[in-house]
Write a protein that binds this ligand. Structure first.
Ligand SMILES: Cc1cc2nc3c(=O)[nH]c(=O)nc-3n(C[C@H](O)[C@H](O)[C@H](O)COP(=O)(O)OP(=O)(O)OC[C@H]3O[C@@H](n4cnc5c(N)ncnc54)[C@H](O)[C@@H]3O)c2cc1C
Length: 427
C-alpha cells in the first residue's frame, strides 16, 4: 500500500518509520530544498514520545543531541524580583521522562533512521489532490503527478494538505492570546546551559544557547490587547510590531531589537494559534502532528503530541490491515483525549507565560520559587499544576502494535515491501 506523507520534520518521519516497519511503501515530500541544519528552536519530548523514540532505537542519538539547558534565570521588568529555576525541577513537575532538543537535530535523527526505507522528495509540494474510490491522484509543484493509496499531511500548522482537503486555515485556527518571535543571534552572552530573560506584564523576552549550537536564540512572547494586523510574509512589519511592543523594556532588549534584529540570520514571527478540528481525516487523507491538532507553538507540547500521533496512526493502519476508514476512526479515538487536554494545557500555559497583570507576574515568580525550593510533589500541589492537567503527557498510555504485520492489501503489489524485507530490528 503506497502512502504519501507531506512534511519531513517530526511527525512525517516518525510516521514514515512506523509505516515502513509495518510493511507500507512510503514517500515523503518536503517543501524545503534540503534537511534544515540551522537548529530551528528547542522542542520537548516528554514521556510517551521518549518511549516511542526508545522503541525506534533512537534514544542514544536523541539524548546525545539534548540542548543541555539546566537553568532558567529571569528578572521582572521593574527590577524588583528575579528568580533562577532548575530546568530539571521544572520538567519533572510536568513529566518523569524528558529531553529538550533542537527541532532540526531531531528531524535529522529521524530522517537518518528512515531514509533507506522511505523515498524522500525534497524541494517539492503537493498542489492538488483528486480522490476516487481506489486511490488519490496527486499533483506536485515540480515532480510528475503520481497516484497513492493514502495521503497524510504532516506539514505543520500552516498545512497545505489541510487547506486542500478541509479548506482555509482561518476556519480552524483560534488565536489563544499571544505572539511569538524567535531569532538567531550570535551567542554574545556566552549561554550554554542557561536561558536568561526578562518578564513583565504582557511581555517577556529571553535568550538561550544550546550545547551543539554555535548561535543563540532570542525568544519574545507578548500579548497585545487585540489581534495584530500583518501579512505573514511582511517581515519588516513584523519587526516593527515587535519593536513597538517591547519599547522601553530593559536588560538586553534594546540590543536584541536593535543591531541583533537587523542582522539576525533567521527570524520567525507568528501568532500563538491553536487548531481546533473535530475530525482530521477525510476519505483517503488524514493529518498528523501540528497539521491536524497544533495546540499552539511553544506552549502545548506539540512535539510529543506529533510523535505520539504518528506512532498511533501507523499502528492503527497496520492493525486495520490498510483499511483507512477503520484506521482513521481508531486513530482519532486513540489520541482525541490527548489532543483536547493539550489544547487546554496550551491555553493555560500561554496565560501563565505571559502574565496579564502585576498580580499574575507575581504569581509566576512565586510559582517558579515554589517549584525550585519545595519537594517536587509539594511544589506541584502548591502551584496548582496538578489541577491544570500539567502531567498530561505522562498520563498517556501507549497501545502496543504488532511490529510484524501483513503486507497491506492494495494495488501495486509489486511495489510493496513487507516487514520481512527490512534488515534491522529495533526491539
Ligand atoms: C518558535 C516555536 C517554538 C516552539 N517551541 C516548542 C517547545 O518548546 N516545545 C515543543 O514541544 N514544541 C514547540 N514548538 C512546536 C513544535 O515545533 C511542533 O509542535 C512540532 O515541530 C510539530 O511537528 P510537525 O512535524 O507536526 O510539524 P513541523 O515541525 O511544523 O513540520 C512541518 C514540516 O512540513 C514542511 N512543509 C510545510 N509545508 C509543506 C508543503 N506544502 N509541502 C511539503 N512540506 C511542507 C515544513 O517545511 C516542515 O518540515 C515550537 C514551535 C515554534 C514555531
Amino acid at each position: 500500500m503506497r502512502v504519501l506523507i507531506s512534511g519531513a520534520s517530526v511527525a512525517g518521519p516518525v510516521l514514515a518509520y512506523w509505516l515502513t516497519r509495518h510493511g507500507f511503501t512510503v514517500t515523503v515530500v518536503e517543501r524545503a530544498p534540503a534537511l534544515r541544519k540551522a537548529g530551528g528552536h528547542a522542542v520537548d519530548l516528554f514521556r510517551p514520545a521518549m518511549d516511542i523514540v526508545e522503541k525506534m532505537g533512537l534514544i542514544e542519538p536523541v539524548q546525545a543531541a539534548a540542548t543541555g539547558t539546566e537553568w532558567l534565570a529571569f528578572r521582572s521588568e521593574n527590577g524588583e524580583r528575579s528568580y533562577e529555576l532548575g530546568m530539571a525541577r521544572l520538567t519533572r513537575a510536568i513529566s518523569d521522562r524528558h529531553v529538550e532538543i533542537m527541532r532540526d537535530d531531531l528531524a535529522e535523527i529521524l530522517h537518518r533512521a528512515t531514509r533507506d526505507d522511505a523515498e524522500y522528495l525534497f524541494d517539492d509540494s503537493i498542489t492538488a489532490l483528486a480522490e476516487d474510490p481506489d486511490g488519490v491522484d496527486v499533483t506536485f509543484e515540480r515532480g510528475p503527478a503520481r497516484r497513492f493509496d493514502l495521503v497524510i499531511g504532516a506539514d505543520g500548522l500552516h498545512s497545505t494538505v489541510r487547506r486542500l482537503v478541509f479548506g482555509p486555515e482561518e476556519r480552524f485556527s483560534t488565536w489563544i492570546g499571544g505572539y511569538l518571535a524567535v531569532m538567531s543571534i550570535p551567542n554574545y552572552l556566552g549561554l550554554r546551559d542557561r536561558m536568561e530573560g526578562i518578564t513583565g506584564v504582557n511581555r517577556m523576552a529571553a535568550v538561550y544557547g544550546a550545547a551543539r549550537l554555535d548561535e543563540a536564540r532570542a525568544v519574545f512572547l507578548f500579548r497585545p490587547e487585540t489581534e495584530l494586523d500583518y501579512h505573514h510574509r511582511d517581515v519588516d512589519r513584523q519587526k516593527e510590531l515587535l519593536r513597538r511592543h517591547f519599547a522601553g523594556m530593559g536588560w538586553q532588549v534594546p540590543r536584541l531589537l536593535g543591531e541583533e534584529l537587523e542582522r539576525a540570520s533567521a527570524f520567525y514571527f507568528d501568532s500563538i494559534t491553536q487548531l481546533r478540528m473535530d475530525t482530521w481525516s477525510r476519505g483517503r487523507v488524514s493529518l498528523v502532528g501540528d497539521a491536524g491538532y497544533c495546540p499552539g507553538p511553544a506552549v502545548g507540547g506539540g512535539t510529543s503530541l506529533a510523535v505520539v500521533g504518528a506512532y498511533v496512526l501507523a499502528g492503527e493502519l497496520a492493525e486495520a490491515r490498510g483499511d483507512h476508514t477503520r484506521a482513521f476512526t481508531a486513530y482519532e479515538q486513540q489520541i482525541g483525549d490527548y489532543v483536547r487536554r493539550s489544547r487546554t494545557f496550551a491555553v493555560a500555559t500561554a496565560k501563565r507565560l505571559i502574565p496579564g497583570s502585576r498580580l499574575e507576574l507575581w504569581a509566576l515568580i512565586q510559582g517558579a520559587r515554589l517549584i525550585n525550593n519545595a519537594p517536587a510533589s509539594l511544589a506541584r500541589a502548591l502551584t496548582g499544576l496538578n489541577g491544570k492537567g500539567m502531567r498530561l503527557h505522562d498520563e498517556v498510555t501507549l497501545k502496543a502494535y504488532p511490529h510484524e504485520t501483513h503486507r497491506a492489501a492494495a494495488p501495486g503489489a509489486d511495489q510493496r515491501r513487507g516487514i520481512t524485507d527490512r534488515p534491522q530490528a529495533v526491539d
